[in-house]
Design a protein around this ligand. Structure first.
Ligand SMILES: Nc1ncnc2c1ncn2[C@@H]1O[C@H](COP(=O)(O)OP(=O)(O)OP(=O)(O)O)[C@@H](O)[C@H]1O
Ligand SMILES: [Mg+2]
Length: 385
């Protein structure tokens, strides 16, 4: 017996119950198994360290995960699905599950990882008093940067925020360029590489963290991981939505922040990324034409069934005195909260853009350009959440 963790198994399927029991009992002698109807009572009866929920009907599963999380926000909550259903698994993670496995495909993965998961949980539990900000693994945030208008600053802002998050915290951060046709991020960091996220396509079925880290470029100053675009229209066409969803979900399991730079057109790749996102940052310049495009995007999203409420926030970019619309007026017309305001800083940015250098390279920069200061404020607000 390696652990004294109190483990609760919730399952309606006899086969899963006995499989999970065997795995759990080899680690702890405090294992209880119940069906869905008794789960909450059992959660209230004793403090559980680890709860493993095996999938039942979709709605019941999501609801149960939510309720368990509400009863015990600190427990480790694992979900075992019967099939790789993107929507279900996304909802399960949103409802508060820490990690999921698909049985029977991932039964052996689960068995082999379970000891580590339990150990990590116990280490985390024992070191609660440690003041350092530690990040809960396996539930990274997906932050997408979008705008219906080209040239609005998505690539520059996504890249600078990613770099700043990495420099100013201990979080694991990955930046993904989903401008699959033309790219863009490679220019911000002067990356010359033959590797791109398309190299992950052959391994999509078994995609894991080490595949991703092997293909990603590591930014030398911050150690930010970057998945470069294939920058090839023919390759871009072969990238399906299932691949995008799998890529994002795998990144979510291994990184604290997953930042996605999106193109301005709408296609299946973009829709998938938007659907998988926890937050969509819409980059808006304060002028009437950009506002009109935002309205069109709202209409299109509702037609495509992409829910923006509670997820989309506005990032105002190129704020200047001479703007056509002033920030105070904007607040009254926008239906979404403003996450950040970034000033227009043509002079400050120029040398960095010309040299292909990020606006930040060290943690304690002596002199920051205005743009980098605004990005720092935005990034610190994200870290606080
Ligand atoms: N706050 C700012 N101040 C000054 N210039 C800016 C600012 N934000 C963006 N720019 C300028 O706009 C240009 C385009 O930015 P960027 O490439 O990030 O936009 P994008 O939305 O990704 O465009 P694309 O449609 O090409 O993908 C930058 O090269 C930069 O010169
Ligand atoms: Mg771009």
């Amino acid at each position: 017996m390696e652990s004294s963790a109190n483990i609760l198994i919730v399952s309606e399927l006899q086969q899963n119950t006995s499989q999970l029991k065997t795995i759990a009992e080899s680690f702890s002698n405090e294992v209880t198994s119940v069906n869905y109807s008794d789960a909450i009572r059992e959660m209230n009866r004793e403090t559980r360290d680890i709860v493993i929920v095996s999938q039942s009907e979709t709605e019941a599963s999501v609801e149960l995960v939510q309720s368990i999380r509400m009863v015990n926000p600190a427990c480790l909550l694992l979900f075992v699905a019967n099939a790789s259903d993107f929507t279900l698994l996304r909802n399960i993670i949103r409802s508060g599950a820490d990690e999921f496995f698909v049985f029977p495909d991932e039964t052996s993965l689960f068995t082999s990882r379970f000891p580590t998961i339990v150990k990590n949980y116990e280490i985390k539990k024992n070191s609660m008093e440690e003041a350092a900000v530690t990040y809960g693994r396996n539930r990274g945030q997906i932050l997408s940067f979008y705008s219906g208008k080209g040239g609005s600053g998505r690539t520059l802002i996504a890249s600078s925020v990613a770099q700043t998050l990495k420099l100013e915290s201990t979080a694991e951060v990955i930046l993904i360029d989903l401008n699959t046709q033309y790219g863009g991020i490679e220019n911000v960091f002067s990356i010359e590489s033959n590797r791109s996220l398309a190299d992950l396509m052959p391994v999509v079925e078994e995609l894991n963290e080490s595949h991703i880290r092997n293909v990603a470029e590591t930014q030398q100053d911050s150690k930010l991981e970057i998945l470069i675009s294939p920058c090839d229209a023919e390759v871009a066409e072969l990238i399906g939505e299932e691949f995008i969803a799998k890529l994002i979900r795998t990144c979510r399991r291994s990184f604290d922040y997953v930042l996605i730079d999106l193109p301005s057109h709408m296609n299946a790749q973009v829709v998938t990324a938007l659907e998988e996102s926890d937050k969509i940052f819409y980059i808006l310049s304060p002028d009437t034409s950009a506002m009109k495009t935002l309205k069109q995007f709202e209409t299109l999203s509702s037609r495509l069934g992409i829910h923006l409420a509670n997820r989309m926030e506005i990032v105002l970019n190129e704020i200047a005195k001479e703007n056509e619309v002033q920030q105070t007026d904007l607040k009254n017309v926008l239906r979404f909260p403003i996450a950040a305001s970034i000033r227009r800083d043509i002079k400050g940015l120029q040398p960095y853009i010309n040299k292909g250098m990020p606006v930040r390279t060290i943690q304690k920069e002596r002199k920051l350009i205005l743009f980098a200061k605004d990005i720092r404020k935005f990034s610190r607000d994200l870290l606080k959440q």
